[in-house]
Design a binder for this molecule. Structure first.
Ligand SMILES: Cc1cc2nc3c(=O)[nH]c(=O)nc-3n(C[C@H](O)[C@H](O)[C@H](O)COP(=O)(O)O)c2cc1C
Length: 362
């Protein structure tokens, strides 16, 4: 495959970030981005959440808000692709500009505010995909949000679960975007217990033979108490996994003025350390009993490997794609496979939590 990104990337980055994103989606949808052919290295094969993944590297939510490019994304070599966040009703999101690059730092700040075409448009695309024999192999996740003006947040997640449970391989309850007022408060012990109870009931009510696993996506900005509560409620309610983490409201010193003053969530390289620390904590607090998806600042095979060693069974990224382009997927997989072999692991699963206290050193 000829990698055009060294030419196309700087052009895209010379544009307004949201316009560049729109062009990228159009190029993917039009089939202008070449597919990666050939099977994945077998060492990357992994079984998580009762599903087989050809590799553990996925696209994080927010890139494909409306499930428009699921198959083109999977054809870039991702083992799984997550679309959304989708809200029951369409909504425009926050006024522009709302997406900012910190190129030197490999970071992004966004306050998109769940701009999306709504659940019906999202579900209709998935129905067409379900009936398309040419759809790409790979696991598909649907990430659910709430409309800004919905009073009882659980109502919106219930609507999302009811509509998408038959159409997605897994579902995500996203309570960690910093750009919807009040959303992150749902991570507290009691609100979370109530929310997850209702969402799990909605999933059961569909009466599916194989209901999709349900994951909760959390913020990196959590107190010790928050983390303990999330781990306890996750285990007690019986959800299937956690995605750790969303963007941060923190502004590490390296993010320069005036950019650091933009409201919103920060992602990319500066998020790697904080999000991996929360991942490690949640792995410990859940006793390794719950599959974790590690996301935040992954930009290399070594980063993906570090997330896995900290407790992730799967990893995702988004921001690094802006800076490195689609060939990064192949590079991450190659380097991850090399690192696993170098350290004597026979599989991804073998390395999960290797850095946790008490794990045998390798
Ligand atoms: C522009 C943008 C939009 C995002 N939108 C969503 C979203 O709708 N739902 C969600 O759960 N996460 C969203 N995220 C967060 C990412 O899924 C991911 O958790 C975060 O960016 C950290 O990963 P990264 O450092 O690899 O980008 C968004 C991130 C960015 C940069």
């Amino acid at each position: 495959m000829i990698d055009l990104y060294p030419v196309v990337g700087p052009l895209l980055r010379s544009l307004d970030p949201e316009r560049a994103h729109g062009l990228t989606l159009r190029a993917l949808a039009a089939g202008l981005v070449p597919s990666v052919r050939g099977a994945d290295d077998p060492i990357l094969r992994t079984r998580v959440l009762g599903m087989d993944f050809a590799n553990p590297v996925g696209l994080a939510a927010g890139f494909d808000k409306n499930a428009e490019v699921v198959d083109p994304v999977l054809r870039l070599g991702f083992g799984f692709a997550e679309a959304g966040s989708v809200t029951p009703r369409p909504q425009p999101g926050n006024p522009r500009p709302r997406l900012f690059r910190a190129t030197e730092q490999g970071a992004v700040i966004n306050r998109m505010g769940f701009n999306n075409e709504g659940l019906e448009a999202f579900a209709a695309r998935l129905e067409r995909r379900r009936d398309d024999p040419r759809r790409a192999p790979g696991v598909f996740g649907a990430n659910l949000g709430k409309n800004k003006d919905t009073e009882d947040a659980a109502d919106d997640y219930v609507i999302g679960v009811a509509r998408l449970a038959p159409l997605a391989d897994y579902l995500v309850v996203n309570v960690s975007s910093p750009n919807t007022p009040g959303l992150r408060a749902l991570q507290g012990r009691e609100p979370l217990r109530a929310l997850l109870g209702r969402v799990l009931d909605a999933r059961s009510a569909r009466g599916l033979t194989r209901p999709p696993p349900l994951l909760l996506k959390v913020a990196p900005d959590l107190t010790e108490e928050d983390k303990a509560d999330i781990a306890a409620v996750a285990l007690e309610t019986g959800i299937d996994g956690l995605i750790v983490s969303n963007t941060t409201i923190a502004r590490p010193a390296e993010i320069p003025e005036p950019l650091r003053n933009e409201a919103g969530g920060l992602s990319g390289r500066p998020l790697f350390g904080p999000s991996t620390a929360v991942l490690r904590d949640l792995h410990r607090l859940t006793g390794g009993r719950l599959p974790l998806v590690g996301v935040g600042g992954v930009a290399s095979g070594a980063d993906a490997y570090a997330k896995i060693r900290a407790g992730a069974s799967l990893v995702q990224f988004y921001s690094a794609l802006v800076y490195a382009g689609p060939s990064l997927v192949t590079a991450i997989k190659r380097d991850l496979a090399d690192l696993l072999r170098r350290d004597g692991f026979a599989s991804v699963a073998d390395a999960v939590g290797a850095d946790a206290a008490g794990a045998e050193a390798r």
